[in-house]
Design a protein around this ligand. Sequence first.
Ligand code: IMP
Ligand code: MG
Length: 178
Amino acid sequence: MLDQVEKILIDEEKLKARIQELGKQLTEDYRGKDLIVICILRGAILFTSDLVKEIKLPLSIDFMAVSSYGSSTKSSGVVRILKDLDEEIEGRHVLIVEDIVDTGLTLHYLKENLLSRKPASLKVCCCLDKPERRQAPVDVDYVGFNIPDEFVVGYGLDYAQKYRNLPFIGVLSREAYQ
Ligand code: IMP
Ligand code: MG
């Protein structure tokens, strides 16, 4: 598995340090508010579980699953809800936690969908952002790292459902998907 990773883009130590900073910021921003963290399955599970440990506030966690990619490396632009929230979000402060914002199509759809349920506020925290590739206008409130336009795996991110368990973010070699 490791020989298909061309290089390590963000190692465990850097991830940890940045997540501590994000957690501190979120702790300040959401103090005294009814916070619900929405983990977008499956990619955001590792990021979410590390991030919530750094938010020193009472909060709840819910999950949503959407499909955007199938198993290719390019976005189809078609978004489907595969699993919806269990909790109501009306009047609550909602934080969407995503693994990566690429074209922005997934997030754009998700935000519109969740806004229609009338939350008190709706913000987004993503681990990675590829701003060069944006197709839909979407504000990301908290970003772990901006990265160049390369296909990355690890720390929750997959290629054809593999590599999610790597503890770092790496660039997949072209041979692995061609
Ligand atoms: P978007 O709709 O193009 O912004 O894509 C968002 C989703 O595509 C993410 O939640 C990921 O699941 C997936 N994705 C985008 N770029 C990558 C990548 O470099 N590696 C793995 N998955 C990616
Ligand atoms: Mg995803």
